[in-house]
Each structure stands twice: as structure tokens, then as C-alpha cells.
Design a protein around this ligand. Structure first.
Ligand SMILES: [Zn+2]
Length: 127
């Protein structure tokens, strides 16, 4: 057995599910795989761009954008064993995994690093 983790923005009430990204969910697996590298994109903060930067829409000017969306917000990687039981309430939060996959793949554009959205993940079956 092992503990699973999902990325959660407590302020915006949004989350990213590793299984929705085609990944797996233990802390080591988050740390050693491409879906663990989504945080630079989500936490980016700048009103300007440059070489090696994300050149799509950013949250600074487009509130639907993924790039920079979580910058400055309280963000946790919550485990399913955590006493807070936040994990059990995530069905009331907005799953932004599909949008993260789209922004990530457009940004990284390396086949081996691509993420694949899995709409059949159990967290997409809640009403
Ligand atoms: Zn999921």
C-alpha cells in the first residue's frame, strides 16, 4: 500500500489529479515524472515573457489561462491518508487536469514528456 497525492489550490478550489494526467500518484511518482513538473507552469508569475518562457495565454491577462494560474495561492499536494480529509472533498473542487494537459503539451512539446488526459478517471465520474 502507499499514499496517493493530488495537487490542490485551496483558494480557487481547484485540483490536478495525476491519474487524469495519465500518471500515478505516490509522492515519489509525482517527483520523478513529467506530471510533477506541472508546477513551474502553474506557479509562473511575470507580466513579461522571454526565451524559454511560456508563450501562450497567462493568468496575468487571461483568467482562464493555466500558466501562472496558481501563482501566489495556497497550494498543497494532499495525501489520501491526511487527517484533513481534504482528499474526500475534492469532488466539490474543480478538476483542471484537462486544461493542464493542453497547456503543458503546448508548452513542452517533447513527445516523451507529453501528458494524456484520461476522462475515464474515477474523479470525473462525480456529478
Ligand atoms: Zn482523476
Amino acid at each position: 500500500m502507499g499514499q496517493y497525492f493530488k495537487a490542490v489550490n485551496l483558494k480557487k478550489r481547484e485540483y490536478v489529479c495525476p491519474w487524469c494526467l495519465g500518471g500515478v500518484a505516490k509522492l515519489w511518482e509525482w517527483s520523478a515524472n513529467p506530471w510533477g513538473a506541472i508546477f513551474p507552469l502553474l506557479l509562473r508569475k511575470s507580466t513579461e515573457g522571454g526565451g524559454g518562457d511560456y508563450h501562450g495565454p497567462t493568468y496575468e491577462t487571461d483568467k482562464t489561462a493555466i500558466a501562472g494560474r496558481w501563482a501566489g495561492d495556497p497550494v498543497v499536494l494532499v495525501g489520501d491518508y491526511d487527517d484533513s480529509k481534504l482528499w474526500d472533498r475534492l469532488h466539490r473542487y474543480r478538476n483542471i487536469s484537462r486544461e493542464v494537459v493542453e497547456a503543458w503539451n503546448a508548452f513542452i512539446d517533447i513527445k516523451e514528456m507529453n501528458l494524456t488526459f484520461h476522462p475515464d478517471c474515477s474523479c470525473n465520474k462525480h456529478p
